[in-house]
Design a protein. Structure first.
Length: 272
């Protein structure tokens, strides 16, 4: 009798397109390490984003700007080792693709080779077209990211909703069309009006994945630490918390500390 466990069918960019075509929503979450990636992959998430939000939630920086390509490769490789089913998309960090398309390609190749990732994500539209074209020409799948693009936070000045004005909304729609024509397999839409996200999702063929972009995107993404209630101080309107791990973890650690202090841990059964 064979005891081999059946491996789940891997999610591909082609399957994401089929999901959009048949109206099935895409579930995406971030992960940055082996243990969490194993859990969320096993729970059925379709896409795992190794986001540069690792700079905030893993390293404690105020913005996503400081994280390096080496840092991202370390996080991504840990995630890839855990994943059996989900498509793993990795953010190109700030400063590793804006300089030239050659640099963008070299950064992407490192992510694919050294981490074993399945795709890369870049922030921006027409400004990064050359880089997107060059990466795609090497056979690397590319995901776009429009709306609130946190790597440009010092240009925006705030994390408020983007593209409320007509001119910015028009540019966003044009950029979404451009990225689609270039051959991107999907676009993240971050913090834009729901009506605009609906219009973009209906106007382009490829899947849109929203975060703070309303219910009409083809999929949704959240930062895992936020949806699990680990980052309690972060409370944007779009965030739904599915757990209160801050309380759970604090309670568990408080109990452990008090057991150690009280000489209650380890007990007779917990020693050799
Ligand atoms: O870095 C990240 O986590 C992201 C998501 C917010 C989409 O880009």
């Amino acid at each position: 009798m064979s005891v081999h466990k059946q491996e789940p069918k891997k999610i591909t960019t082609h399957q994401l397109q089929e999901m959009k075509n048949r109206g099935e929503k895409i579930a995406m979450l971030t992960a940055y390490d082996y243990s969490m990636a194993r859990l969320i992959d096993g729970a059925g998430v379709d896409v795992i984003l190794v986001g540069d939000s690792a700079s905030n939630v893993m390293a404690g920086h105020e913005t996503t700007l400081p994280i390096t390509l080496d840092n991202m490769i370390y996080h991504a490789a840990s995630v890839v080792r855990a994943v059996r089913r989900a498509l793993v998309v990795v953010d190109l960090p700030f400063g590793t693709y804006q300089g030239s398309s050659g640099e963008a390609l070299r950064s992407s190749i490192r992510i694919m080779k050294e981490a074993g990732a399945h795709a890369v994500k870049l922030e921006g539209g027409s400004e990064i077209k050359e880089s997107v074209d060059r990466i795609l020409s090497a056979g690397i799948p590319v995901m776009g990211h429009l709306g609130l693009t946190p790597q440009s936070i010092y240009k925006f000045g705030t994390y408020t909703v983007r593209a409320k004005e007509e001119a910015e909304a028009k540019k966003l729609l044009d950029d979404a069309r451009l990225l689609t024509e270039c051959g991107c397999f999907g676009i993240v839409l971050e913090k834009i009006p729901a009506s605009l996200a609906k219009k973009v999702s209906e106007s382009i063929q490829i899947p849109t994945i929203g975060i703070g972009a309303g219910p009409d995107c083809d999929g949704q993404v959240l930062v895992m630490q936020d949806m699990l209630g680990i980052t309690k101080e972060f409370k944007p309107r779009f965030l739904r918390r599915y757990a209160d791990l801050d309380t759970v973890i604090t309670k568990a650690v408080t109990s452990y500390v008090s057991d150690v202090k009280a000489k209650d841990f380890p007990n007779e059964d917990e020693k050799y």
